[in-house]
Design a protein around this ligand. Structure first.
Ligand code: NZQ
Ligand code: ZN
Length: 386
């Protein structure tokens, strides 16, 4: 393993009674009363969560930023920064999924600087302070509720870039699995694929030894897969929703990457697609992860054989080639079983775009910590996903 320091200060409040703890949680972090709530395109109003939160915020002066898009946009973040600055906001509460939380992370940090928020994303400006914020999570997917990363899309430049800072760990996140009952089926599936992809990215890592990580990743992946099947016919299966929610959180809160970084090439490859076509992150990963696995397993098969044994309990005595195939088939069959998309052409993405996507992925040069990819490799992966 590599040397590492683990740090995660987010208070995770989990369970059916978690949301009701909101006022007490906010009071831990500010004596002020001005709260900005941020949310997406209206699902929280349709589900009744909005009214519930407004009721709990009695006694606070509430300001609102509505309309943070899936794949949150810089232009909307700027509106939020203006609201914070104009009204001297004391605390921000993000209510939603990864998009609302990621947008809020940038609002939180950019409200403390005079420059354009995009400069934080491009690392031209390093924030030294952030407005405190908490979250109420409504979809099990990104892990943003308990990490310090954020992914923002700039539609002026067609760039979708990740950034992070220890200053933007949520102060707390309130997770009630019941809130996810109302998710449309495709969003539940996107979330399952995203959380599993985070586990895959970290399983295929650069360390010589990751035995504890491998065991944790395989265990969490099996639990998510089982629960993911259960919610297909039974969206209000509490225990399955509970498993999906805690599974997605631990998949990307740092627990699974102690001692290594993981590969992360596929995330870069996907972000380049959604920067141009605005497709859901999980949907893009469903198509691209098997393509990456197929391509890279041909060059580095040992780890893929181990993966098949760890996650799909494939017989260790089988020839390596068969184990590799079984591991990849395990993922593609599972995607099919939950109804995830399987090819880029399902999104009307033409092959002529691959060159543009590949250039975007290479903005920092060859990438991928488990297997380094150059432009030709990336184009081959897009072709396999077509
Ligand atoms: O906008 P509303 O109306 O709220 O609807 C949302 C949205 O359309 C809907 N939704 C969420 N909870 C719901 C619900 N509908 C009904 N009932 C509920 N309980 O679901 C849609 C998708 O929401 P979104 O927040 O976009 O989903 P997700 O959590 O998958 O976030 C995706 C974003 O996070 C980034 C992705 O790139 C993408 O921009 N990521 C962030 C990461 C991080 N910060 O660590 C890591 C990830 O790898 C990822 O890149
Ligand atoms: Zn992801």
């Amino acid at each position: 393993m590599n040397s590492f320091t683990f740090y995660n200060p987010t208070q995770l409040v989990f369970g059916k009674d978690s949301i009701e703890k909101l006022p007490a949680m906010i009071n831990q972090f500010t004596s002020g009363t001005k709260v900005l709530i941020t949310y997406g395109g209206g699902s929280i109003k349709r589900t009744g969560l909005y009214d519930r939160v407004i009721g709990l915020l009695e006694g606070f002066e509430v300001f609102e930023l509505e309309g943070i898009e899936p794949n949150p946009r810089l232009s909307t973040v700027k509106k939020g920064v203006q609201l914070v600055k104009d009204n001297n906001i004391d605390f921000i509460l993000a209510i939603g999924g990864g998009s609302v939380i990621d947008g809020t992370k940038l609002i939180s940090a950019a409200s403390t600087i005079d420059e354009d928020p995009w400069k934080i994303v491009t690392r031209e400006v390093t924030p030294t302070a952030a407005v405190p914020f908490g979250t109420i999570l409504t979809i099990a997917a990104t892990g943003s509720e308990m990490n310090s990363g954020s992914v923002i899309t700039n539609w002026e430049t067609n760039e979708k870039l990740g950034w992070g800072s220890p200053l933007v760990f949520p102060k707390f996140s309130l997770l009630n699995p019941e809130v996810t009952y109302t998710l449309p089926k495709n969003q539940t599936v996107n979330g399952i694929v995203d959380s599993m992809s985070h586990l895959l990215e970290q399983y295929f890592n650069e360390a010589d030894n990751s035995a504890v990580g491998d065991a944790m990743i395989a265990g969490v992946m099996k639990a998510i897969m089982k629960a993911g099947l259960a919610v297909q016919d039974e969206p209000e299966n509490y225990e399955a929703r509970e498993t999906l929610m805690i599974g997605a959180t631990v998949a990307l809160n740092g627990f699974m990457r102690m001692g290594y970084n993981g590969d992360w090439a596929t995330h870069n490859i996907e972000h380049a697609v959604s920067a141009v076509h605005d497709i859901a992150h999980g949907a893009g990963l469903a198509v691209l992860f098997p393509a990456w696995m197929t391509y890279v397993s041909g060059k580095s098969p040992e780890r893929f054989a181990q993966f098949a044994e760890d996650v799909f309990d494939v017989d260790a005595s089988l020839p390596q080639e068969e184990k590799v195939k079984a591991g990849i088939a395990g993922i593609t069959d599972y995607w099919k079983a939950i109804g995830a998309p399987s090819s880029l052409s399902e999104f009307d993405i033409p092959e002529s775009d691959f060159e543009v996507f590949a250039d975007k992925t290479l903005f920092n040069g060859p990438f991928g910590n488990f297997y380094k990819l150059n432009k030709e490799d990336v184009i081959e992966i897009y072709k396999l996903a077509h």
